[in-house]
Design a protein around this ligand. Structure first.
Ligand SMILES: [Zn+2]
Length: 505
């Protein structure tokens, strides 16, 4: 999608002219009204003057004026004092989805007011909403609907900040769409091996170091928790690592010696049947997306590399398939994890935390990051708690919790914190092992998952994002069905703050 900013409507050609108005706003109050085509001016004056015309938030009117070749879209912005960045993002997405519906290749949008944040959000969300998962379908003769050209018209000066925001939005949204593509691939195709190949391709494209451990290497290292989960599958597990080290010191041979600022650990369960604690049919439907956390960490590091942020970042993805077979792990199994702690398996469907235990242990020990963030579709309980609109954020550090929420608002990748008080610690006490992967209490399952992971973080600065709520798109979000790419925008915003020194773990 090509997005350009222009000072005037004159000379712009597009399939649709998109205009947003607040409730009861007079058309002439639009700062660019004078430059609207004459038929639009006339139509707006008579039409918007009618009593029954609704400009409530979310209202959409598509007008076809006889004298104009292009469609005219009127978006209701609702009450002016209720307008915010969240609505702005949804409005931007709505335009892209409308373009798909009407097969408009280009739109022109005279804006009432812009700044770097709003232009960035506009571009990012239009690109996100332009994505459809079509890789497995035959293209129609006329091609897939796609919005190719967006012209933003504004009276305001296009500053350096605005141009930079536009560039960043493009990088982040494209990286997000790329990994939505990975997450949408069906489980029968998306295996740990394919995920590793995708990561390798991304590494080549953006100059990242790629490495992978095979099953034999994992056995040698002692990743028995991860291997335990992988046992039931015919697919070999992969331990995938990507490194972005712009500050690499060539004289430093030791891994981590040149200082890792940020580590991302992403859950990569390429299909989750639940294992012997088999999921009921409906709950298994989207389980090819149980690697969405791993995919998000790939998207984030790819974007960070393109943005050339001056920090060292690693991405670690334990990739397995959780299947049912005679060789699979069993409830009651006691797995000696890489940390030395013995994990008691009380539910084979709580496998994500088990593979993350080894991944977190390895990451902290080998890379010694200043801050670690894991991203995982970890618990249905997080979905029960938050619905579809927010990722659950967990950390034991108050400062990181507050910053985390703010990063959600600024990036549009919304998160909401849940507690990790010590009162919850008994939830993960095991009868025979050191820690159970599934406690006896049914309630607070998202917190239980976080308390389990904390057992493997040695009290180092760490944030856990449970993206189970935001993994796939929901009604009203103006995104194509399937993966949303949750986590990418949040991780990139976090990295920017680490890079600029505004966030120190
Ligand atoms: Zn599971």
């Amino acid at each position: 999608m090509k997005i350009t900013l222009k000072p005037s409507l004159r000379g712009t050609k597009a399939d649709a002219l998109v205009l947003g108005f607040f409730d009861h706003q007079k058309p002439a109050d639009h700062p660019l009204f004078a430059s609207f085509p004459a038929p639009v001016k006339t139509a707006l004056k008579t039409w918007l003057g009618k009593k029954d015309v609704q400009l409530d938030w979310g209202a959409v009117h598509v007008l076809h004026l006889a004298q104009l070749k292009q469609a005219v879209v009127i978006l209701g912005f609702g009450k002016k004092n209720e307008w915010n960045l969240r609505r702005h993002r949804l409005a931007a997405r709505r335009v892209a989805r409308l373009a798909h519906q009407h097969r408009w290749l280009s739109v022109v949008m005279p804006m009432q007011k812009i700044d770097a944040a709003t232009v960035g959000a506009l571009a990012e969300n239009m690109i996100l909403a332009d994505y459809d998962f079509v890789a497995f379908r035959k293209a129609p003769k006329e091609g897939w609907p796609t919005l190719k050209v967006v012209t933003v018209v504004t009276k305001e000066t296009v500053t350096k900040e605005i141009s930079a925001a536009l560039k960043k939005a493009n990088i982040v949204a494209e990286a997000t769409n790329m990994i939505r593509g990975f997450a949408n691939i069906p489980g029968g195709t998306m295996t740990p091996t394919l995920l590793a190949q995708e990561a390798q391709t991304v590494a080549k494209q953006y100059g990242l170091k790629y490495s992978v451990f095979s099953k034999a290497q994992m056995e040698k290292i002692g990743m028995n928790a991860l291997l335990g989960v992988a046992k039931g599958s015919d697919e070999e597990p992969k331990f995938i690592m990507l490194e972005y080290r712009p500050r690499r010191d060539p004289s430093s041979r030791k891994r981590g010696g040149d200082g890792i600022d940020l580590a991302f650990v992403g859950k990569g369960v390429t299909f989750d049947s639940g294992g012997l604690n088999l999921k009921p049919g409906n709950s298994m439907q989207e389980m090819h997306m149980d690697m969405a956390g791993g995919a998000a960490t790939i998207g984030a590091i790819a974007a960070i590399a393109q943005l050339k942020l001056p920090i060292n970042v690693v991405t670690v993805i334990p990739a397995v398939e959780n299947m049912v077979s005679g060789s699979g792990f069993r409830p009651g199994d006691l797995l000696k994890s890489l940390s030395g702690k013995v994990i008691q398996i009380d539910n084979t469907d709580a496998e994500g935390r088990v593979i993350l235990a080894d991944a977190l242990t390895y990451t902290l020990k080998e890379f010694k990051p200043k801050l670690t963030v894991d991203v995982a579709t970890l618990t249905g309980a997080a979905l029960v708690a938050l619905g579809f609109e927010a990722t659950a954020l967990f950390t034991k550090q108050d400062k990181l919790r507050n910053i985390g929420s703010d990063i959600g608002e600024v990036s549009g990748d919304y998160v909401w914190p849940l507690p990790m008080w010590e009162e919850y610690a008994p939830m993960v006490k095991a009868q025979f092992g050191d820690v159970t992967n599934s406690g006896k209490i049914r309630w607070g399952g998202a917190i239980e998952g976080a308390m389990f992971l904390a057992e493997f973080t040695n009290n180092k600065p760490w944030i856990h994002l449970d993206i189970a709520p935001t993994m796939s798109s929901a009604e009203g979000q103006q995104l194509a069905p399937g993966a949303t790419g949750a986590g990418v925008r949040w991780l990139v915003e976090l990295a920017e703050r680490v890079a600029s020194g505004t966030l120190q773990a």
